[in-house]
Ligand binder design. Structure first.
Ligand SMILES: [Zn+2]
Ligand SMILES: [Zn+2]
Length: 174
């Protein structure tokens, strides 16, 4: 959602809470699109510091559906969002430090989705597992090994290891 912020310019040294929502139902990361499964309205807290700076803070969680990296079953991934930004308001308009942050404000309107998306991208898990000890998919028969005990022989030797073994065998024969 977009939030008009002009009213905060007059609230010097005041703290203002505003309930906001994150409206994007999908996110694209590394070429994959993930569907949002949960997101709740949350509070953004604004503090106008002597008409010079406006501080914005707040936190929430957004959940997505993602396949497990090992067995490909759908998992709900909950991504923490922690917002902490500041804007220069000394010339009665909002401006960001362009070098430091992403610009989520335009014409005194804050783009809440923009703030939240940036946090989700930073906090997206590097690994998604349905459970710590997910057994994954059998490389031989392709079955989900959490559900089936297929009993395939999956001890496939790395060809380089095979070479080592051969060398070792030759050595023993000498
Ligand atoms: Zn899994
Ligand atoms: Zn198998």
């Amino acid at each position: 959602m977009k939030l008009e912020l002009s009213f905060l310019l007059e609230k010097e040294n005041e703290t203002t809470d505003v309930s906001v929502s994150y409206d994007m139902t999908e996110i694209s990361i590394g070429g994959t699109t993930y569907k949002r499964s949960a997101s709740e309205p949350f509070n953004l807290t604004f503090y106008n510091d002597e008409g010079k700076k406006l501080y914005v803070s707040g936190s929430t969680k957004v959940s997505y559906v993602s396949p497990c990296d090992r067995c490909l079953e759908d998992v709900e991934v909950s991504v923490p969002v922690k917002i902490s930004e500041e804007f220069d308001i000394s010339d009665v308009t909002f401006s960001c430090n362009e070098e430091e942050g992403v610009i989520c404000i335009q014409d005194n309107e804050l783009d809440v989705d923009c703030l939240v998306v940036n946090e989700i991208l930073v906090n997206w898990p590097t690994k998604v597992l349905c459970k710590e000890d997910c057994k994954g998919i059998c490389p031989v028969c392709g079955k989900n090994r959490n559900l089936y005990d297929c009993g395939c022989d999956t001890v496939v030797l790395d060809p380089r290891m095979q070479q080592f073994q051969d060398v070792f065998k030759d050595f023993k024969e000498v």
